[in-house]
Design a protein around this ligand. Structure first.
Ligand SMILES: [Zn+2]
Length: 176
């Protein structure tokens, strides 16, 4: 049957808020990384040193707009819970997650925001908190090959120039 269920075949989507985007949670195995244009705007409005990171990461993310009906639904829930601190960007993260869940995606929100976490769990959406503190450090990434140990200029997900294995990345060490 088209669009049939079956847990094992569910497509996975990770919805990123601005902090998750800037911190680079964009390359998650077997999952589509998604965000909204409002989140991108918010990320770009942050301090200059984060702007380059946000731009770099946004290239790896699929940008989707939640349908207005889902935005409304989330705003309604937010009002009901007294969560009035949520920005339009925050609302769009929740709305996207709701929309994707309803269309059969196994969806999880990555966020550092307590209000988003709170509302997500009230709405039955999966949420994975990330540490807000992390955003105070500028993360420097190193692209490497897990198979042969090659390290160099490349993007995660591309193939290793030495052995053809898929490249990964990790925070660069030994700089402090
Ligand atoms: Zn390699």
């Amino acid at each position: 049957m088209l669009g049939g269920s079956g847990r094992s075949s569910a497509r996975r989507a990770i919805v990123l808020d601005a902090a998750a985007l800037i911190l680079g949670f964009t390359h998650i195995e077997d999952a589509l990384a998604v965000t909204s244009s409002r989140v991108l705007e918010e990320a770009r409005d942050r301090e200059a040193r984060y702007r380059a990171l946000a731009a770099q990461e946004s290239a790896l993310v699929k940008v989707m707009e939640p349908e207005p009906a889902y935005m409304e639904k989330v705003k309604e829930e937010a009002r009901g819970l007294g969560e009035i601190e949520l920005s339009e960007a925050d609302i769009s993260v929740l709305a996207l997650a709701l929309q994707l869940s309803k269309s059969g995606w196994d969806t999880c929100i990555l966020t550092s925001d307590y209000s988003i976490q709170n509302l997500a769990s009230r709405m039955g959406l999966k949420v994975k908190p990330i540490l807000h503190q992390g955003i105070r450090e500028v993360i420097s990434w190193e692209v490497y090959c897990g198979a042969c140990g090659w390290v160099g200029d490349g993007r995660p997900g591309e193939l290793c120039p030495r052995c053809g294995h898929r490249l990964k990345r990790r925070p660069r060490r030994g700089e402090r």
